[in-house]
Design a protein around this ligand. Structure first.
Ligand SMILES: Cc1cc2nc3c(=O)[nH]c(=O)nc-3n(C[C@H](O)[C@H](O)[C@H](O)COP(=O)(O)OP(=O)(O)OC[C@H]3O[C@@H](n4cnc5c(N)ncnc54)[C@H](O)[C@@H]3O)c2cc1C
Length: 421
């Protein structure tokens, strides 16, 4: 295979995973980041890799939530009213994607990756990347009976199609308390999803960066990509305001929630990627949960991570991706206090906000820009950039090499992920 110089714009979960797969293929790689590598949504997230749960956010159920999100400040999902004009097109696209047929089509498109999420991570682990800190199996909980039954049935159906492992039996009362003694008393029921995995994204990202450096990646931090140049080049601005053009044989644009402005400035028409902010913090607990606990009705996740408990949740569409809204941390704390007992909620540390790169239909943008085969986009991985990072990197390496991407033994249908859909 011909060795190429590939410029990767964005050193987040997708850019780093892509750089990893490209180096493994023997290419020369330059990674550009406007800040430090891993400074976007890469490290403060929930650390979940979810063959079962990888799917679009838009569904008949969340359509109601997105409308409610405009009017309430205490919901897990919120939209800043002032941002409504800017988000109108995205909102309409989201509502369109929420219909039963379209959301099922979206689920099938993303399920193409399900069987390769953990194997691609294991290939990284075999190469020395640190995937520790979490473990196998999630406890899914809900006190809303209809929601619990619907989720259980949906995971059973997915497993029958080969999209992840089947859920365990529904647990209640002492069975539930035995499974997870750290649950708050109001949690009525739950079931295990044994095939999901979690890790500590801080140690994962740091070891991935160390691996890339050891294996010869060129790192250019503090360079903001402004627009594409000609061929496989990108025009960047440094901290001191000076401009520089970085050029390769191929270019991969992986700037997460910040991707759309770069494409717009480059006059490339694309499905918009908008920021859906999420929050996390660490909290001291009397008793660490045995596994990750995902509360479906309270919309939050409690994750044991290298001996500390991280709480994650919220979806806030609106203002600047970097802005931490303290009110949202309070809403998340209230939600989590109904899930986990014995936590010292006043002593939160590592408070963090991150921007999920959201698309209206939940599909990432993957592939070459039309008529510019030397420029590829890998962005818009929604809530699944860690799950999909390692396999996305392998798909991008295939595309750079001119190979047809094969995922879990089948040719990948890239049409749902077209840049200008
Ligand atoms: C609260 C929360 C919890 C989450 N939990 C999970 C989870 O459990 N599992 C999961 O799979 N996913 C999860 N996600 C989603 C996941 O974090 C994202 O999908 C993922 O980070 C997207 O990767 P990315 O590389 O596209 O973007 P990022 O990781 O955000 O990286 C983008 C990078 O691009 C850089 N950049 C931006 N603009 C420019 C520019 N102009 N020039 C150069 N560089 C630029 C940024 O500095 C950044 O380093 C969660 C997200 C949040 C917020």
């Amino acid at each position: 295979m011909k060795t190429q110089h590939v410029v990767v714009v964005g050193g987040g979960l997708i850019g780093l995973s892509t750089a990893y797969a490209l180096l493994r293929d023997g290419h020369r790689v330059t990674i550009i980041d406007r800040d430090r590598l891993g400074s976007g949504a890469a490290k403060g997230n929930a650390g979940e890799l979810t063959p079962q749960q990888v799917g679009p956010l838009a569904s008949p159920h969340t359509a109601k939530d997105i409308i409610r999100g405009v009017f309430t400040r205490t919901s897990y999902l919120s939209i800043e009213p002032l941002q409504l004009p800017r988000l109108a097109l995205f909102g309409l696209g989201f509502l369109r994607a929420s219909g039963a047929t379209r959301s099922a089509r979206g689920a099938a498109a993303l399920a193409q990756f399900s069987g390769e999420i953990l194997p691609s991570l294991q290939r990284m682990a075999a190469d020395g990347i640190d995937v520790s800190g979490g473990g196998d199996g999630y406890l899914m909980t809900s006190s809303v009976e209809a929601e619990l039954q619907a989720a259980h049935a949906s995971y059973r159906r997915r497993a029958e199609k080969g999209w992840g492992e089947a859920p365990g039996a529904i647990l209640r009362g002492t069975q539930l308390a035995d499974q997870e003694p750290a649950l708050a008393s109001g949690v009525a029921a739950g079931f295990m999803l044994p095939g999901e995995f979690s890790l500590d994204p801080i140690t994962f990202v740091e070891s991935l960066i160390a691996h890339l450096k050891t294996n010869g990646a060129e790192i250019r931090e503090g360079l903001t990509a402004e627009r594409l140049g000609d061929g496989a080049s990108v025009v960047c601005r440094a901290f001191d305001g000076s401009k520089t053009t970085i050029r390769g044989d191929k270019l991969v644009l992986a700037a997460g929630a910040w991707t759309t402005p770069i494409l717009r400035k480059s006059r490339v028409r694309s499905a918009p990627v908008v920021s859906g902010k999420g929050y996390s913090f660490t909290v001291p607990v009397e008793q660490m949960p045995n596994t990750l606990v995902h509360s479906m009705d309270r919309h939050c996740v409690a994750i044991p991570m290298h001996g500390r408990l991280r709480i994650v949740g919220m979806m806030e569409f609106g203002s600047h991706p970097e802005h931490l809204n303290r009110q949202k941390l309070e809403v998340l704390t209230r939600a989590a206090s109904g899930v986990i007992s014995g936590a010292d909620w006043q002593n939160r540390t590592e408070e963090w906000v991150g921007a999920r790169p959201m698309t209206a239909d939940g599909m990432p943008l993957l592939g070459a820009i039309p008529n510019r085969h030397e420029v590829l986009v890998a962005a818009g991985h929604n809530m699944h950039g860690l799950s999909l990072g390692p396999v996305t990197g392998e798909v991008l390496a295939d595309l750079v090499a001119g190979r047809e991407p094969v995922v879990a033994g089948k040719p990948l249908d890239l049409r749902p992920f077209a840049i200008n859909r």
